[in-house]
Design a protein around this ligand. Structure first.
Ligand code: NAD
Length: 498
């Protein structure tokens, strides 16, 4: 095997190819103009692999191959499609360690997370959609004694999907599982920072799908991404990424009147009411643990609880406990199963987060923890940042703008009215956390928070059967849950007279 060697968790080596091609029409295809780009690993800052720098011609080819495949896949009986999806889940599980290692090397996330969350959730997602597609029923109603109306669902045909780098395989699977289950052919562009795991996944499942059903084309946003989003022959574009890019995608889609789903940014509030302090018990411990969720996945989560709102009456006592817990977040080698926080996904993202640490300090927010880069002796050229806690007010930029790093901005509220004013004072509406022992408060506050997902007394859980998506500028449409199938199907009405 020629290629790059990277240590695995046991200290021996895994080999990755030094160069990958696009996966188009069931084959591995070099980019039309032969250009590739380097993909560095955030763990050690060294080149991990090279992937195609695709352009319009490559996207055109993938869309064409997807069109050639759409009749076969769209007409594959539901039971058979479902069985194939179940096999895809199995392949993911059988190769869990290899995929988890690649996520860690490509994205920087700790191996304990990629093993425990990213990879098993991806497999579960295929299983869920393999199941729900079999439960789809068409509605039949009688219009008059001689006429029936019947609604049938049809696949859209060929769909374009563009994903970010924070959960490379899981974001791909969130999109492709419902699309494939509904009988569509897919052209997916991974993020340029994290192309490897999706390509390894394509290698694992290539014998299961008819050629052209799933196509993976790599490249940069303004080149390959834009060529896909503006393509006249795709029936839909599904996008996950920044709100500013989402706006562009919507404009591109409007040129050809294509439906979009957008999963965009967030600035999620995590609210701790005074009832959490009522007793010194496991509930309080759970709430303190909930505070540390801002550092999960190095804070590179769209629902990162990046604003913590603490009730004034418990502020000092709660924060004392919370800061002690933050001190214990273990940083270090992402390949070490004990490590809780790894490397930021790219040099650019590292620089962006560092600039926000400066902005927070300039705004005179108080640094309660962290606030600096983290020097990882083992990997001095990797991209590591300390979990950081700022104290300030909701008007500051660090409270309003998405940092997408292990940074939480903390403020106080007096009562429910002020809580809601602060929580909803944002352009975003993706996630929110609420910690309370009071059932009435749980329901009434959760109803008034403007967000597509409110976790009450928990955080960062993503089951396939719970709908996920944004209010306000956090997006349009939902991912996960069976309602997702509606985003990938057309409804046809047959009005039959006899
Ligand atoms: P990004 O918008 O920069 O890039 C996302 C994808 O869009 C990449 O594949 C990129 O190549 C592509 N892209 C960029 N410019 C494009 C263009 N002009 N035309 C077409 N495609 C283009 O976002 P990112 O930095 O990769 O990801 C981080 C963002 O994603 C954060 O804002 C985060 O909140 C969001 N996110 C949202 C969710 C969600 O479900 N709501 C989930 C994960 C991440």
């Amino acid at each position: 095997l020629s290629g790059y060697k990277k240590p695995n968790t046991e200290g021996s080596f895994v080999h990755y190819k030094s160069q990958y091609d696009n996966f188009i029409g069931g084959e591995w295809v070099a980019p039309a103009d032969g250009e590739y780009f380097d993909n560095p690993s955030p763990v050690d800052g060294k080149v991990f692999t090279r992937v195609p720098r695709s352009k319009k011609k490559d996207i055109d080819l993938a869309v064409q191959k997807a069109h050639e495949a759409k009749e076969k896949w769209g007409n594959t009986p539901v039971a058979k499609r479902s069985k194939i999806l179940l096999k895809m889940a199995e392949r993911i599980e059988q190769n869990r360690q290899m995929l988890a290692l690649s996520e860690t090397w490509d994205n920087g996330k700790p191996i304990r997370e990629s093993m425990a969350a990213d990879i098993p959730l991806a497999a579960d997602h295929f299983r869920y959609f393999a199941g729900v597609i079999r439960g789809e029923e068409s509605g039949v109603s009688e219009i008059d004694p001689n006429t029936v109306s019947m609604h049938i669902k049809e696949p859209i045909g060929v769909v374009g999907q563009i994903i970010p780098w924070n959960f490379p395989l899981l974001m791909a699977v969130w999109k492709m599982a419902p699309a494939l289950a509904a009988g569509n052919c897919v052209v997916l562009k991974p993020a340029e920072q994290t192309p490897v795991t999706v390509l390894l996944f394509a290698e694992l499942v290539q014998d299961l799908l008819p050629p052209g059903t799933l196509n993976i084309v790599n490249g940069f946003g303004p080149e390959a991404g834009q060529a896909l989003a503006t393509h006249p022959d795709i029936g839909k574009i599904a996008f996950t990424g920044e709100t500013t890019t989402g706006r562009l995608i919507m404009q591109f889609a409007s040129e050809n009147i294509k439906p979009v789903t957008l999963e965009l940014g967030g600035k999620s509030p995590n609210v701790f009411t005074e009832s959490v302090m009522a007793k010194d018990d496991s509930f309080l411990e759970k709430a303190v643990e909930g505070f540390t969720m801002f550092a999960l996945n190095q804070g590179e989560v769209c629902t990162c609880p990046s604003r913590a709102l603490i009730q004034e009456s418990i502020y000092d006592e709660f924060m004392e406990r919370a800061l002690k817990r933050v001190e214990k977040i273990r940083m270090g080698d992402p390949l070490d199963p004990q490590t809780m926080i790894g490397a930021q996904a790219s040099r650019d993202q590292y620089a962006k987060i560092m600039s926000y640490l400066d902005i927070g300090k300039q705004e005179k927010a108080k640094v309660l923890a962290g606030g600096e880069a983290y020097h990882n002796e083992q990997y001095p050229d990797g991209f590591y940042i300390q979990p950081t806690v700022f104290e300030g007010n909701n008007k500051m930029r660090i409270f309003q703008e998405e940092i997408f790093g292990p940074v939480v901005s903390v403020t106080r509220f007096k009562d429910e009215k002020e809580l809601l004013e602060i929580a909803n004072d944002t352009l975003y509406g993706l996630g929110a956390g609420l910690w309370t022992r009071d059932v009435h408060q749980a329901y009434s506050i959760a109803r008034k928070i403007e967000a597509g997902r409110v976790w009450v007394n928990c955080y960062h859980q993503y089951p396939a059967h719970a709908a996920f998506g944004g209010y306000k500028q956090s997006g349009i449409g939902r991912e996960t849950h069976k309602m997702m199938l509606d985003h990938y199907q057309q409804t046809k009405n047959l009005l039959i007279s006899y």
